[in-house]
Design a protein around this ligand. Structure first.
Ligand SMILES: [Zn+2]
Length: 195
């Protein structure tokens, strides 16, 4: 696969794509996240702890960034339409454009034909995109919100991610990871919270 290969990854309703951009923004690399969606596409970055298989020899440094990150690729989109219940609705074609510059540099891949991508990089990108998609599609009802055990009350949030921000910013919870399923499980430094 050449370096200019843009892969169609799927089609999602336009509102979901917009929410994915917002989720990417709240998980920005400047805040310790793995994304940046400032340009209207979503760049996906690897960290020393979370990188594609086959990157064992790639050292990920901070460089000019706030956290050590190295770009793996970009999730971009094109407008399209989707037939839903016999009506055409605005949708987004989602593409992956994988450009693992730092791995190519380490492997001294200088000419275009040498700049190939790994299957593990496609899998890793898919995982990262799927995470955004799942958080984006789990939109919560504003009236109820999510029950916060620390406030002992419901917190009004539109996106699940805003609840994570709430835990981190208001209660100083050390959020390690979020496991998505029928229910969300938040792993923290001091135990798990089920939502
Ligand atoms: Zn709270």
């Amino acid at each position: 696969m050449g370096k200019d290969n843009k892969m169609l990854a799927g089609i999602v309703p336009i509102e979901i794509w917009r929410k994915m951009l917002r989720v990417g923004n709240s998980l920005d690399i400047d805040k310790g996240g793995m994304y940046d969606s400032r340009s209207g596409a979503i760049n996906v970055w690897a960290s020393p702890e979370d990188k594609p298989a086959g990157w064992e020899h790639v050292t990920i440094d901070k460089g000019a960034l706030d956290y050590p990150r190295s770009i793996v690729g970009t999730i971009s989109w094109e407008p399209t339409a989707q037939l839903v219940d016999e009506k055409w609705e605005d949708a987004a074609k989602i593409f992956f454009d994988i450009c693992p510059y730092e791995r190519w540099r380490v492997e001294k891949r200088e000419i275009c034909a040498e700049k190939t991508i790994l299957e593990s990089e496609v899998e890793w990108m898919t995982e990262k995109a799927l995470f955004l998609l799942l958080v984006a599609s789990k939109e919560l009802d504003p009236p109820g919100g999510i029950f916060c055990r620390f406030c002992d009350a419901y917190v009004k949030v539109t996106l699940f991610n805003e609840f994570i921000d709430h835990l981190v910013e208001i209660h100083n919870v050390d959020v390690k990871s979020v496991i998505l399923g029928d229910r969300f499980i938040i792993e923290t430094g001091t135990g798990t919270i089920e939502v």
